[in-house]
Unconditional design. Structure first.
Length: 116
């Protein structure tokens, strides 16, 4: 089953974990055939939030919500179950400085008739 491990860090710890540490862990997951994708994100001040209300598009600089911890990156992993995903998430290096949110991924069912 696929799980998304969302990495959250506060501004103070944004660069506390060097990229090579994260890359080394990602490589371990690749070698064990557990990693489906992983990427760090640029700092939150580079974000743009898009909202559509009543057909009108609104753009906002920054994230949707003001929070202490900000989304810093993600690991998409293939895990046996939630406990396995939690074990994988606990090894993600930035977990020592922030938090990792683990969420199961739902399959998006595409309506084949709509595309015909």
């Amino acid at each position: 089953m696929k799980y998304l491990c969302l990495v959250y860090l506060d501004q103070e710890n944004w660069s506390a974990c060097p990229d090579p540490n994260c890359a080394a862990y990602a490589q371990q997951l690749v070698e064990s055939k557990r990693l489906l994708a992983a990427e760090p994100l640029h700092p939150v001040h580079t974000a743009t939030t898009v909202r559509v209300r009543n057909g009108q598009i609104s753009l906002y600089d920054g994230p949707f919500a003001e929070t202490k911890e900000q989304l810093a990156g993600f690991y998409l992993v293939d895990a046996v179950d939630l406990n396995d995903a939690i074990r994988i998430a606990s090894g993600i290096p930035p977990a020592k400085y922030g938090s990792i949110e683990v969420r199961p991924v739902r399959e998006l069912v595409l309506d084949q008739a709509a595309g015909a």
